[in-house]
Design a binder for this molecule. Structure first.
Ligand code: PLP
Length: 365
């Protein structure tokens, strides 16, 4: 039995209602900063529970433009998580700033207890990453940020509709940066991203930054970027938004099934599930003994299990300039060696999940 990782053919293979919306849109020719984009931004802000949302061309740019709005520049230091996807770090580096890593804990997010010792005179922002659909402890992080007068940009790319005490990811700080990439929980047909903020000044600045700094057709107010969310993709986004909560809930349900069944297997350890945290399982990850052998075994049985990620960012060649030594971030290292991800998406069947559980049980018995 095959258990595929990508569910995109199931999600978009048969959607005549979306095609008819797209056809109508194409006839309108409203391709750049068009009406469906404004509609999508309004709906997204409402979904997340914030005032403003600004569509941009990727999750990476959502982080970059947020940092740019704060004036982050060459020589500044930006604190972020050591075990994130490259895009978080890429956004910081693109502005000439230096990423300063903080190790994670077993929630896969930044260990907030380690943040304060990383703050220097040059620190200008903190970018927590709500990795896997978990959430960074924003209550503790915001206290530190406030004490040191540092702005915070949440990398919420993997955590649409995750929350702590029912307050959604992306709304805990100055900016929330989301990705709409095909592999993310709310996904369009191309690259895409969206920033949320409740600060009107930031909102106005972001609108300029994403569109060449143009205040109108003829006047360029500041130097900006070409980073608009395609209106065509916003049509796809508008089609998805009504199902967003259902997608999150289905993933949570699937994860609960895995937790209950994989949790009984000697050799598998389920990460902590904190009570007042809603985890949306962009990735479903557990700790596994003899991980490499288990991965091979699952793949042989047709299960597209994966590792997110086998090499922590701080050990990548691109980060050599930071001069870290192996072992500087021991929890990230431990994770890279001991975690495994299984498909957990909303289109996965009970049969497929049972096959995963059966194979893992077989492996350890
Ligand atoms: C996907 C992702 C991004 C960037 O998203 P893109 O839309 O691919 O640019 C940033 N951070 C994290 C943690 C991500 O998973």
């Amino acid at each position: 039995m095959k258990v595929r990782y990508s569910y995109l053919p199931q999600q978009f293979g048969n959607c005549p209602d979306l095609w008819s919306k797209l056809k109508k849109f194409v006839k309108s020719g409203d391709f750049t900063l068009g009406k469906p984009l404004l509609e999508f931004e309004k709906k997204f802000a409402k979904l997340i529970g914030t005032k403003y949302a600004i569509g941009v061309n990727s999750g990476t740019d959502a982080i970059k433009l947020s940092l740019k709005t704060l004036g982050i520049k060459h020589g500044d230091e930006v604190i972020t998580a050591a075990n994130t996807f490259v895009a978080t770090v890429g956004a910081i580096c693109e502005l000439g700033a230096k990423p300063v890593f903080v190790d994670c804990d077993d929630s896969f997010c930044m260990d907030v207890n380690l943040v304060e010792r990383k703050i220097t005179k040059r620190t200008k922002a903190i970018v927590p990453v709500h990795f896997t659909g978990y959430m960074t402890n924003m209550i503790a992080l915001n206290k530190i940020a406030k004490k040191h007068n540092l702005p915070v940009v949440e990398d919420a790319c993997q955590s649409i509709l995750a929350s702590i005490n029912n307050k959604n990811s992306g709304t805990w700080s100055d900016f929330g940066a989301f990705s709409l990439h095909p592999l993310k929980n709310i996904n369009v047909w191309s690259d895409g991203g969206i920033i949320v903020t409740s600060n009107k000044k930031y909102y106005e600045k972001l609108k300029l930054l994403r569109n060449h700094g143009l205040i109108d057709r003829d006047n360029v107010e500041i130097c900006g970027y070409n980073s608009r969310l395609d209106t065509f993709q916003a049509v796809v986004g508008n089609w998805l938004i009504p199902t967003a909560k259902k997608i999150a809930n289905k993933r949570i349900q699937n994860a609960n099934f895995y937790d209950q069944n994989l949790g009984k297997i000697n050799g598998i350890l389920i990460p902590p599930r904190i009570k007042n945290y809603k985890i949306v399982y962009h990735l479903y990850i557990v700790f596994a003994e003899r991980r490499d052998e288990l991965l091979k075994y699952c793949q042989k049985k047709g299960i597209e299990a994966k590792i997110h990620y086998p090499i922590p960012m701080y050990r990548q060649n691109a980060m050599k300039f930071l001069k870290h030594k192996i072992g500087d971030f021991p929890v990230s290292d431990y994770h890279a060696k001991n975690i495994i991800s299984f498909p957990c998406d909303q289109h996965l069947s009970k049969k497929e999940m049972s096959h995963v559980v059966k194979c893992v049980r077989e492996f350890y018995s």
